[in-house]
Design a protein around this ligand. Structure first.
Ligand code: FAD
Length: 416
């Protein structure tokens, strides 16, 4: 019987353990934290967006995205659903995103744990793997735990990344891979909030609104979350990759927000002119005029940005005949649609949902097996592929974990 050691009890490690054990291998899983699946249990705001029906390689980044395309060919959203069902999790779908029907990420972790126990996977927590070597007898894995050495025929490294993790123990996986001759691209935080000091963050702190964010010809739309330090939310996460890259070359960059993406500038102008009783215009403040359009806290922000005085009334916003909006009012509406926001930093790894970088994918074959050290497999976020927000990272974790688990157990390409 093949003896397989899995390093890391996250999404891809647990999927690998289950797949290898289902193939009849004897599996031991080593996890450095006191529990397995800690990150998995908080994914998707505690709801676990485990895959997406709109699966496509263009939702992934990395130095060689064609690798992601190959992985996706062999593992489709239906496969993710079937894997979930096989561990007792029924799915639901929202805007293409797939979630457990009870919307509980913790339930996914519990189901994976239960299936590993049913398959007699030996799970050892609080064990930090520091290094590995291969000799004629197979692999020797060194840890800082009570049992300092483990032997195995194959090792699956499923250590993820430091994204979203606050851990006193250093992340050892890149070092392990480098020492065994593998190429590592330095990790970079992605799916992060963006930070700015535009003098308005205190005003808009706490606002959640539908909007879009654009940078370098790319636009993402969804719920924007305004914070005391800048801006966050799924559209910001999606664009943070390109903004983060630009910030490595420039001290600051300007992104553009559309605070009312459903309407054009002229539609907003028409609404302001037609929807208001112009006889009241002299007493009707700009704050009031916009209160049915923007969240309350955003109105002074937009007024300030457009240089529009707060005491201006709607009367000041029209021409003498009350049939055309004034230049100042048009500028105000333009600012709403193309709000320039200067960003000086993107969130760090601890604030990130994923990390770009990791093991160069040219170092592994289609089964995630190292081309440099046969019998060593690498899965999930430890590989140099990162996905967009929306279930893409977990999909890649299941796909690579399952493939590696099956391959290691079957000993494909002589993983001895
Ligand atoms: C807040 C948050 C929300 C997210 N939400 C979503 C979402 O809804 N949908 C989605 O697709 N993606 C989401 N992600 C991303 C997703 O969680 C990860 O991409 C995915 O978990 C990666 O799986 P993995 O197996 O590669 O790594 P992980 O799940 O991170 O697991 C790695 C495991 O290895 C352990 N480990 C590390 N080093 C060692 C070592 N030396 N020895 C022993 N054990 C070790 C770690 O403690 C960890 O348990 C989210 C991420 C965060 C931070």
């Amino acid at each position: 019987m093949k003896n397989i050691l899995i390093v890391g009890g996250g999404a891809s490690g647990m999927a690998a353990a289950i797949s290898a054990a289902r193939e009849g291998a004897s599996v031991t899983l080593l996890e450095k934290k006191e529990q397995v699946g800690k990150k998995l249990s908080v994914t998707g705001n505690g709801r676990c967006n485990f895959s997406n029906l709109a699966m496509s390689a263009d939702r992934y980044h990395g130095h060689d995205v064609s690798f992601a395309a190959k992985v996706l060919e062999h593992f489709r959203p239906e496969d993710a659903i079937n894997f979930m069902r096989s561990i007792g999790i029924l799915e639901t779908e929202k805007n293409g995103g797939l979630y457990p029907v009870n919307l509980q990420a913790q339930a996914v972790t519990s189901a994976l744990l239960a299936e590993m126990k049913r398959l007699n996977v030996q799970i050892l927590t609080g064990v930090n793997v520091m290094d590995l070597r291969k000799d004629k007898a197979g692999f020797c894995v060194y840890t800082d735990g009570e049992t300092s050495e483990f032997r195995a025929d194959a090792v699956i490294l499923s250590c993820g990344s430091e994204a979203g993790v606050r851990d006193k123990k250093a992340f050892s996986a890149y070092g392990i891979l480098k020492r065994s001759g593998h190429r590592i691209y330095p990790p970079m935080p992605v799916l992060v909030p963006l930070y700015g000091k535009n003098g308005m963050e205190e005003w808009w702190n706490g606002v959640r609104m539908t909007g879009s964010v654009s940078f370098n010809g790319r636009t993402e739309r969804g719920e924007l979350q305004m914070t005391g330090e800048g801006i966050s939310g799924i559209p910001v996460f999606q664009i943070s990759h390109v903004v983060g890259e630009a910030l490595t070359k420039e001290r600051e960059v300007t992104i553009t927000l559309d605070l009312l993406p459903e309407y054009t500038e002229s539609e907003i102008c028409d609404f302001l002119l037609s929807g208001t009783d112009m006889k009241k215009a002299e007493t009707y403040s700009a704050q009031e005029a916009f209160s049915g359009i923007l969240p309350k806290k955003m109105i002074p922000v937009v007024l300030k940005k457009a240089g529009f005085k707060r005491e201006y009334t709607l009367f000041d916003m029209t021409d003498a005949n009350r049939i055309k909006l004034s230049e100042a009012a048009r500028k105000l509406i333009h600012v709403m649609k193309e709000f320039p926001y200067t960003v000086y930093a993107a969130g760090d790894l601890a604030a990130a949902q994923a990390a770009a970088g990791g093991l160069a994918v040219s170092e592994v074959d289609d089964d995630m097996q190292s081309r440099k050290l046969s019998g060593l497999y690498v899965t999930g976020e430890l590989l140099d592929i990162d996905g967009a927000c929306g279930g893409y990272n977990l999909h890649f974790a299941w796909a690579t974990g399952i493939r590696a688990g099956i391959s290691a157990a079957r000993g494909i390409k002589g993983g001895k």
